[in-house]
Design a protein. Structure first.
Lengths: 130, 278
């Protein structure tokens, strides 16, 4: 049972152009994180525990698919509700492993999606039918 | 005269878009809401029951909404009568118990609720589900969890063909067998099949993971066996236990299927094409 080992800062330090095809087209192919990485529940943060309790869930539920990604050399999390990246505050010290980074990304995304400053709040006001 | 909506008054149709990046600022340290702004404030301990026998689909869905508006966090629906498109578009935390079976497109487009169905479900249950849990005690029809994006979708019985077609996230668990073309064009997420899987499993899958406890009749194009990790086993044990299920031969003996990634095809024109469209 082999665990995958990869440099956690790969996409912060470089452009991720590994294969000859990627070098040829000048673009990284695929996600800039492992979408198939299942969460390590021993690393759950107190904020996330509180969120799960509020929602009545026994595990991370939809947040299992949320990971810290890397967009244009910066750590970021993808928000499906706006189809865009939310960048992690520049002064935040990133942990040295992807599992802890994923937990931070989940926390940040919840805070952003539930905020009254989220773009969906305006869209909801404008287009909600009932 | 063109129809003017509230969105026109808010200036959403006159805004000039200068680029692809929109900057919004918020302080992560100041926020601690756990529900969407505008969601109904419901209490799981406040329980309501209603009989859906003589209600139309629309009336049932409005009834659920009305009860949530009144703060009911646990709702029991009796006699759903296998009606179609029931319990759809619930964007709220909620415990919903359905005492019977649903027809086509039940529980679609949900974001948050925990739904328990005592009976069976027809085609496309939980299509485009975003978050929450849906647990079905008996069998499910075809295209179960089509285009699911998140949450847990569990069928304790057997499921038809094309389960999780275009799956973009979330977890689909099947206690029994499933039909052909399951995981077709899967893009991410996890699928757990405790029994046998039909032909062309994971055909043209782009990414994601499929775990199978029984026999696989045949793999689709670019679906290949993957290597089970300790983390996979821990996750499977935990997830199955949560729904009162177990792998017949143990999780370590399940087969893991992933994308061979031979179908990935990008070229350097894509970003410029995107800019033209946007």
């Amino acid at each position: 049972m082999a665990e995958k080992k990869e440099d956690v800062d790969k996409y912060l330090k470089g452009d991720g152009l590994d294969s000859s095809r990627e070098k040829e087209i000048g673009q990284h192919i695929g996600y800039r994180y492992d979408v198939n990485l299942v969460p390590d529940y021993s690393r759950l943060t107190p904020f996330l525990k509180k969120y799960l309790e509020t929602m009545g869930w026994d595990d991370l539920n939809w947040l299992e698919d949320v990971h810290m990604g890397y967009e244009e050399g910066r750590a970021a999390v993808f928000d499906r509700n706006i189809n865009g990246w939310v960048t992690v505050p520049a002064d935040l010290k990133l942990p040295d492993n992807q599992q802890d980074r994923d937990m931070i990304a989940r926390e940040l995304l919840i805070k952003f999606q539930m905020s009254r400053k989220h773009p969906m709040v305006d869209l909801n006001k404008a287009y909600r039918k009932f | 005269m063109a129809l003017r909506t509230k969105s026109h008054e808010m200036g959403m149709h006159t805004e000039k878009l200068g680029g692809r990046t929109q900057q919004r600022f918020f302080s992560a340290s100041e926020e601690e809401n756990f529900t969407y702004p505008g969601a109904f404030d419901v209490d799981f301990n406040k329980r309501a029951e209603f009989d859906a026998d003589k209600l139309s689909t629309n009336e049932i869905n409005l009834k659920i909404r009305d009860l949530m508006r009144q703060g009911y966090g646990t709702i029991v629906m009796k006699n759903p009568g296998a009606k179609h498109a029931v319990a759809v578009g619930i964007l709220n935390k909620l415990n919903l118990q359905i005492e019977g079976s649903l027809g086509y497109f039940g529980c679609g487009l949900i974001d948050g609720p925990n739904i328990h169905i005592k009976g069976r479900v027809g085609w496309s249950c939980a299509e485009n589900m975003l978050a929450g849990t849906v647990v079905i005690e008996k069998n499910a029809g075809s295209t179960f969890g089509a285009a699911i994006r998140g949450g847990d979708l569990v069928c304790k019985g057997d499921v038809g063909a094309r389960m999780g077609i275009d799956q973009k996230g979330g977890t689909i668990i099947v206690g029994g067998r499933c039909g052909a073309f399951c995981g077709f064009m899967m893009q991410r997420g996890r699928m757990v099949i405790l029994g046998d899987a039909g032909k062309n499993l994971g055909d043209s899958m782009y990414d994601g993971t499929i775990y199978v406890g029984g026999k696989i009749e045949g793999l689709g194009v670019d679906a290949v066996p993957g290597e089970m990790t300790d983390l996979d086993c821990q996750w499977l044990e935990r997830k199955l236990k949560q729904y009162g299920l177990s792998a017949p031969k143990g999780v370590k003996n399940m087969t893991k299927i992933v994308a061979g990634k031979q179908l990935w095809n990008y070229d350097n024109l894509e970003p410029s094409e995107k800019k033209l469209i946007l």
